[in-house]
Design a protein around this ligand. Sequence first.
Ligand SMILES: Nc1ncnc2c1ncn2[C@@H]1O[C@H](COP(=O)(O)OP(=O)(O)OP(=O)(O)O)[C@@H](O)[C@H]1O
Ligand SMILES: [Mg+2]
Length: 418
Amino acid sequence: MTAITLKDIVKRYGDGFLAVKGVSLDIADGEFVILVGPSGCGKSTLLRMIVGLEDITSGELRIGDEVVNDKAPRDRHLAMVFQNYALYPHLTVFENIAFPLRLQKGKFSEQEVRDKVEFAAKTLELQDHLQRKPANLSGGQRQRVAMGRAIVREANAFLFDEPLSNLDAKLRGQMRTEIARMQRRLGTTTVYVTHDQTEAMTLGDRVAVLRKGELQQVASPRGLYEQPVNLFVAGFIGSPPMNFLPGVVEGSTLKTPIVDIPVSSDLASRLGSRSLVIVGVRPEYFEDASLVKAPKDSAQFDVNVDVTEWLGSDLYAYIPFETNPDVAGKLEELDRDLDGEGMRTQLVVALNAESRVRDGDSASLWFDPSKAMVFDPESGENLTFDETQAREIDAQNEKDRKASLERAQARERSRAAG
Ligand SMILES: Nc1ncnc2c1ncn2[C@@H]1O[C@H](COP(=O)(O)OP(=O)(O)OP(=O)(O)O)[C@@H](O)[C@H]1O
Ligand SMILES: [Mg+2]
């Protein structure tokens, strides 16, 4: 059983910089947890504290039942895979994988070393490359050798720090599925750091979103996507990102620069006395009214389209709008936090690829207003957050995770038997 438990973990660096501001996180045995967030938010710091490469300023770190704050890295029995794989160029693939075993002099017989390396090589499909040198391997193969080194150590948990960021996009996709498969097969607890939200969404059983050393939300990918707790999480998860529009409450309507949204009684109670909010609508919630008939309760509107991008699977259309100076500041701040490229005063809509909307066109679009999220412009809190729904999504996710872990392990047993 290797659960990893973080309780109020704080990191203050020698120069006084507070990089991690009290993070608590329970990682279950066999779980795949992602730490994600913009550059400098403290992901690597947190990971390095878990492995023991960095002192913990305060708080408690448990691995299994044991508090390990003061344990040396080698006594924590964790394996870390870095971005630059740190392979030994003069050693063969076999010896690179065997390296951690050789370090423990005399502990393993030659036969044991061979068995362990062969098991790892089989898991990673490196059998044909064992006698080659790292320089002659592809980036993905090198990455697998680095993972092989983690496997032979039979570590209690795997820790990855942006292991794929040196690879090109295609290989990254391949390695992503490779890592997911390996983790399921071995059932080893895994903590994986990335700033890439696609990696976070596709790999993680649960994703922990960090901002400036503070945990924002820990949830399943679907939980984060459908029920983000605040503006930051909503803007960070999803590609293209969620659209944010200023919303002015006028009686029973919420006026945005593109369309007026009727305020339901539920929304009215959530809005309280606020007269200005930020409305969030994901790009894929928009439809082209000439392709898909707008249902009765939809919010329909006409726009002038600036630029379109046809991607085969979708058509993205960009629509400029006038923002409201009262929320512009907040959105600019959000954009900076998200490492954005500048204020977004344009709507991005992802339409069906069959849409005939083109650059400079006018178009009639609609979306389901019940899918819009509403945020407090000061705190960024998601006023439309549905606690019950969020819990249900995560409960379902946990059930799915256990089932797929069991399937993978049953396959493994039958492979070993046959
Ligand atoms: N040795 C150090 N001394 C002082 N500050 C540090 C030290 N190492 C990191 N920091 C600071 O701590 C913060 C978190 O750094 P960290 O490396 O954990 O970020 P990260 O989330 O991994 O970012 P990236 O995505 O760029 O790798 C940063 O602001 C960084 O400048
Ligand atoms: Mg980092």
